[in-house]
Design a binder for this molecule. Sequence first.
Ligand code: 5GP
Length: 292
Amino acid sequence: MRDPRDASVIAVERRRARATLKRAIKTAERTPLSVAHEGWESPKSPAAGLRIAEFLGSISGIGSVKIPRILDSLGISPRKRLGALGARQVEALTAWLLARQDGRVGTPQRGRLVVVAGPTAVGKGTVVARIRELHPEVKFSVSATTRAPRPGEIDGEHYHFVTDDEFDRLVETSQMLEWAVVHGRHRYGTPRGPIVAALDNGSSIILEIDIQGARQVKKAMPDAILVFLLPPSWNELVRRLQARGTESPDEQYRRLATAKVEFDAQTEFDVTVVNDNVSEAAEAVVDLMAVG
Ligand code: 5GP
């Protein structure tokens, strides 16, 4: 239904709502990142209507001299509204806001984003399960996937099971921090909102994702700690893959070929943890979450 009020009245109300938001950022009642997220998630919100230059200008310590320089480095035009940024711009602005938040004196302590990845059959799932067991306080990201649930898997707990259309929409609306096609079949992705909320609250969070996803997270959030889980040896990896017996000999061969390539990615990671003893590997990952 059309709003019966005069268009100029509505425009005034919208302007007022935007002014209130800018004040909330200025007085540190709201973090710039939470306002930006509101704009990206609700295209009709006052936050979405904020021009990027006004938004940046309401952050303390940023004035008219710095704004053009910052926008230039992010590849965003000053007249763009927050809600109309492209996926790359959202990513660039998120990384910039996070880096700034991290470096600011006097901000509440922020949590850490820890990404656990590694080659196939290295035992990622086992290590993550042990962390859950030993440290129920640790938060985990729940990925979205287009694959069907396996028996016993619960929607919203193990994964958010979504259709292809729903996945498309999540990607198009920049709600994915990263996503990838894994094992050449289904799409998997990390929803951005819960990660940003956890970090804003000072909580650390673990992502168990594949190597392509880990690379994307590092690009979007350079402060993320990438952990590469290694088997004690190559022979042990082959033995584990054969022992679990869930793949046909052909599939095992294919996965080992992938694992060889994946091994080379370890140099891109911040930390390597050898999964020799599951509990020790779990503790090594949890140790990284302490903000030092
Ligand atoms: P599964 O289907 O066995 O649960 O998971 C298959 C693979 O998908 C695992 O290697 C896991 O690390 C990866 N994966 C799970 N969630 C995500 C995600 O959100 N993003 C990416 N890039 N990979 C994921």
